[in-house]
Design a binder for this molecule. Structure first.
Ligand SMILES: [Cu+2]
Length: 264
């Protein structure tokens, strides 16, 4: 496709900017690099924590980046990949921004603030690049705008880390002597049958996974959301009986995140 627009003042086609392609080079480069960075971060986290869901996301973003790099001339394939990556970036950004906020507020360990924060910044930059690649394809400002977004993402990372340092990290909740400990790893609870020792129960739950989980007991109104690496306690009182606890994240209950707690 030939570029046909003319410069508004001189009436001549301006010289193409360095590296300018069919899709505004700034956005396509930012999109490619955001996908690569998110893939690397997910792979590092996935391998470090042996987290299958993170590894699966790393593969998806890696495939997306590979298609972006190779399918520039095949417009339909390219744009379909842009849209799919947009949905993936939105998913990661939503869960990781909320995880960063929750972990910073709860003074979790530094690693569990850095992991979601880095993914938040990279996926938000990717999401903006997707929007740019779709609605701002021909803009001559795209390379500059993409550079501003890149610097903005890096600055946001540093500023948020500074804010978390001021708030204080590494003061996560610790397990009490009578707590019932429960761990979540690879979308599974470490125990699916728990027995309390009295009518008042305190659960101490840790989440090893990159993505969110919850402990939800509908009958008792208990809901404990757990972002990446979090350590959280919840105390409740219940009449004798057996109650169902499960993870409220869509699909996780069906994947086996369900169990029972028996109160004597
Ligand atoms: Cu879950």
């Amino acid at each position: 496709m030939k570029r046909t627009e003319t410069h508004p003042h001189s009436g001549v086609v301006p010289p193409p900017l360095a590296g300018e392609g069919r899709v505004g080079a700034g956005w396509s480069n930012l999109l490619l690099w955001s996908a690569i960075v998110v893939a690397i971060l997910q792979a590092v986290v996935g391998i470090a924590h042996i987290d299958r869901e993170a590894i699966a996301f790393a593969v998806l973003f890696g495939l997306g980046a590979a298609v972006l790099a190779r399918a520039k001339q095949r417009r339909r394939v390219y744009m379909a990949t842009v849209v799919i990556l947009g949905l993936l970036f939105a998913d990661v950004a939503f869960w990781m921004i909320t995880a960063t906020w929750s972990n910073a507020r709860n003074h979790e360990q530094l690693l569990y603030i850095i992991e979601p924060l880095a993914l938040s910044c990279a996926s938000a930059a990717g999401l903006i690049a997707v929007a740019g690649a779709i609605i701002d394809r021909r803009s001559h400002w795209a390379p500059l705008a993409a550079r501003v977004v890149t610097i903005g993402a890096a600055a946001t990372f540093i500023i948020c880390l500074g804010a978390a340092a001021v708030a204080g990290w590494g003061k996560e909740q610790i397990q009490g002597p009578n707590d019932i400990a429960l761990n979540i790893h690879n979308t599974a609870y470490s125990a699916t049958s728990i027995t309390g020792t009295s009518r008042q129960v305190t659960l101490y739950v840790t989440n090893d996974d990159l993505f969110w989980h919850t402990i939800t007991i509908d009958q008792l109104g208990v809901e404990l959301p757990l972002p990446v690496g979090s350590h959280r306690r919840v105390t409740f009182t219940a009449p004798s009986g057996t109650y169902t606890f499960y993870c409220r994240i869509p699909g996780h209950r069906q994947a086996g995140m369900v169990g029972t707690i028996t109160i004597p």
